[in-house]
Design a binder for this molecule. Structure first.
Ligand code: GAF
Length: 403
């Protein structure tokens, strides 16, 4: 039942104990430390990050915990509580995107990619001697909640600490994105890694993805009697399937055609003129989405700064319509979440993350949260969809050492 899914997730405590115990069982001694990095939802600002635009993610309480120790024999061993008994063992000197071969696209490509990216970009890491790592994660995979970023950033932070590199959160995010783009081969922007590395509890992160300037904006929904529900549609999304890359390529082609470095540089006031100048009709709706979405981020920030959180509801709805109709990255399940929740009084709702499945967010009065969750669940049953998983998003902390 939806109501049973409404308990907030443990903030890393249970995952930490499980990770330490599993590490000890697997590798025969206690880990040198435990590091956690969260998944995220994005409040608004979708498909803007690879257009140098603005995003507003918040970290989930759900984390990936990495239990790790150093080695000095050139061996990297990786194991995940989610991935069955198989231990992935790699020679650190031959980790490259092709040599990882069978694991390319599999979960181990993400941490292996982080090692590869650290060795390429951090001189002090060049003589990396290896590590043993075990992961436990409460971040749902394939749900559009950034389980990949949580895996990457927890790995980057663990290795940075174990080797005394002292990489700051922005550097951790950049290394992680490098791994995802150039090792795993997913052409994502930097929102998810920045969210996992830089978010703070009780806040959303207002991020300019061009220069990575950021501001933590207070987002204490409980104090206002509000709840942000996450609805995982259980429709697995995969960013690597070509649609994401195709949207990104379309946006970049449009920016070139308009003679600007990125679509972020098209002012909202000049949107109609810019659309008229585009000769390829296929990219016009992409441009309209990105330019209006950057504007919606501004609107949300202004409303939050003015203490008018309830009023962001219509902005979230407009964002969903734009992703559905112009950017065309929604799917029937995500649309049903939005329609069925608003029909019973939700203040606003939208798909979150890359789309093509994954999750939606729903802003509700807290005393209506269970009824809204049930309405969404009933609508899924009526449409013959798999039951969704519903839980509240309490803004959690970014990546940190647990012990
Ligand atoms: C995915 C990507 F990884 C992000 O970089 C971002 O583009 C998002 O889709 C859409 O806003 O999560």
């Amino acid at each position: 039942r939806a109501a049973e899914g409404l308990g907030a997730e443990d903030g890393g405590g249970a995952g930490a104990a499980a990770a330490a115990a599993a590490f000890a069982e697997l590798y025969g001694e206690q880990p040198a430390g435990l590091w956690a990095a969260p998944g995220r939802v994005n409040l608004i600002g979708e498909h803007t990050d690879y257009n140098d635009g603005f995003v507003m993610p918040l970290a989930l309480p759900h984390t990936t915990v990495a239990a790790a120790r150093r080695r000095d024999d050139g061996v990297l061993r990786l194991h995940s509580g989610d991935a069955g008994p198989r231990l992935v063992e790699l020679d650190v000197n031959s980790i490259d995107p092709l040599a990882v071969g069978g694991d390319r696209g599999g979960w181990a490509a993400y941490p292996a990619g982080v090692v590869w990216a650290l060795r390429r970009t951090v001189p002090a890491f060049a003589d990396f001697g290896g590590a043993d790592i075990h992961y436990e994660s409460t971040v749902p995979t394939g749900a559009g909640l950034s389980s990949s970023a949580a895996l990457e950033v927890s790995t980057a932070l663990a290795l940075s600490d174990l080797h005394g590199l002292g990489l700051d959160p922005v550097r951790l995010a950049k290394v992680s994105q490098h791994a995802e783009n150039d090792f795993v081969g997913v052409p994502s922007g930097i929102m998810d890694q920045m969210a996992s590395a830089c978010c703070t509890a009780g806040h959303v992160l207002h991020l300019d993805t061009r220069d990575l300037t950021e501001r933590a904006v207070p987002f204490d929904l409980a104090a206002e009697g509000l709840t942000l529900l996450v609805v995982d549609t259980q429709v697995k999304h995969a960013l690597g399937d070509g649609e994401y890359a195709q949207r990104r390529a379309g946006c970049e082609a449009a920016a070139r055609a308009l003679g600007v470095p990125a679509l972020r540089d098209v002012p909202y006031a000049e949107l109609d003129a810019a659309l008229a100048r585009l000769t390829d009709p296929a990219v016009r709706p992409f441009v309209r989405h990105v330019v209006t979405e950057d504007r919606r981020v501004e609107e949300c920030i202004a409303l939050l700064d003015a203490g008018r959180t309830r009023d962001i509801g219509p902005v979230l709805l407009a964002g969903h319509a734009s992703l559905r109709d112009d950017f065309r990255v929604s799917c029937p399940e995500l649309d049903v979440v939005v329609e069925s929740s608003v029909a019973v009084g939700a203040l606003g709702a939208r798909m979150t993350g890359g789309g093509f499945g994954g999750s939606a967010i729903v802003l509700v009065e807290t005393d209506a949260a269970e009824a809204v969750a049930k309405a969404v669940e009933s609508a899924f049953t009526a449409a013959d969809f798999r039951p969704p998983r519903v839980f509240p998003a309490v803004p959690g902390a970014g990546a940190r050492r647990l012990r």
